[in-house]
Design a protein around this ligand. Structure first.
Ligand code: ADP
Ligand code: F6P
Length: 322
């Protein structure tokens, strides 16, 4: 099995994440070091269907480890969700001599990888998302950078919020997951942290908390609201009306997805990229790479997609205390 793989492809799919370039660089250089050829596929599965690909050499990934985004580009591709699109993708791989593909993305991208695998192409997925919402892994490429970017931005909003004695609602990304919100809530010392996994829509409790902390002399009130709850602007209006405290909403948005990756994202993405190539060479396919209990590991894609992940109860309880 191992000697069957001569050429691999690499693509990034779904939302981009800082550290994807470090992963691409590592996939390319590890594969070349193992004697393989590498094709970079532009714009995710859309690029595969368009046969938009090029041969990659070591120099093609020079000077990218520190860059945000993905040099390969990314896209959402509806055609790839159809059996016809998936078969076409596998046929294109065969036409270009691609024996296996490393797919860097989230759960949706793994389903695409699974489909390719069913059509005879070896696939390994890497967890690339700022949301940390992939159940089989404690680490996803981009989360660390995104949370640090958001934390720094929130510190700045907090400065002006304190000067003006205002309440600030700051909305952070995460799709349906509250990990960025939880981490920022703790790291920025928020008074309230609203997570989709936990929020009971009891706005009165937040209002009561603001009134109580104001009585104790608090000059600001910081609420971190997860994107999965949303509606920060209307929430701000209602809170201001109910508490009399000037309240502003800030939606951090896409800035959280960009920027130079942290050392952690560069390092973990680099190791994961190499790991993906090496397990493919061992004959593994239809796998996704994860990080658990201090070790890099891999899971069957179906198994990984069926796993569940939730906010740790103890960490959540502490976030409310402190
Ligand atoms: P993420 O990978 O970050 O979860 P998406 O859910 O948008 O992002 O998925 C990225 C791409 O993966 C989609 O645009 C599509 O091309 C492909 N994809 C998603 N779901 C499937 C599916 N069920 N079958 C095949 N391909 C899929
Ligand atoms: O998955 C990463 C993410 O930034 C989420 O936090 C957010 O919900 C989503 O992507 C936004 O996606 P789009 O780029 O399609 O607006």
């Amino acid at each position: 099995m191992a000697n069957k793989i001569k050429t691999i492809g690499v693509l990034t799919s779904g939302g981009d994440a800082p550290g994807m370039n470090a992963a691409i660089r590592s996939v390319v250089r590890t594969a070349l070091a193992r004697g393989l050829s590498v094709k970079g596929i532009n714009r995710g599965y859309q690029g595969l269907l368009n046969e938009d690909m090029f041969d990659m050499q070591s120099r093609d990934v020079s000077d990218i480890i520190q860059k945000g985004g993905t040099i390969l580009g990314t896209a959402r591709c509806m055609e790839f969700k159809t059996p016809e699109g998936q078969k076409k993708g596998a046929d294109i791989c065969r036409k270009h001599g691609i024996d296996g593909i490393v797919v860097i993305g989230g759960d949706g991208s793994y389903r695409g990888a699974q489909a390719l695998s069913r059509n005879g192409i070896n696939t390994i997925g890497l967890p690339g998302t700022i949301d940390l919402d992939i159940a089989c892994t404690e680490y996803t490429i981009g989360f660390d950078t995104a949370v640090n970017t958001a934390m720094e931005a929130i510190d700045k909003v907090k400065d002006t919020s304190s000067s003006h004695e205002r309440c600030s609602i700051i909305e952070v990304m995460g799709r349906n997951a509250g990990y960025i919100a939880l981490w920022c809530g703790v790291a920025n010392g928020a008074e309230d942290i609203l997570l989709p996994e936990k929020y009971d829509y009891n706005e009165q409790a937040i209002i009561n908390n603001i009134i109580a902390t104001r009585k104790k002399g608090k000059k600001h009130h910081l609420i971190i609201n997860a994107e999965g709850i949303g509606h920060s602007t209307s929430m701000a209006r209602r809170i201001e009306a109910a508490t009399g405290m000037e309240t502003r909403a800030t939606i951090l948005g896409y800035m959280q997805r960009g920027g130079s990756p942290t050392a952690k994202d560069r390092y973990y993405a680099s190791i994961m990229g190499a790991y993906a190539v090496d397990i493919m060479l061992q004959g593994k396919t239809n796998r996704v790479v994860g990080y658990q209990h201090g070790e890099f590991t891999d899971f069957d894609i179906e198994e990984a997609l069926n796993m569940e992940k939730s906010i740790d109860e103890y960490q959540y309880e502490i976030s409310k205390i402190i």
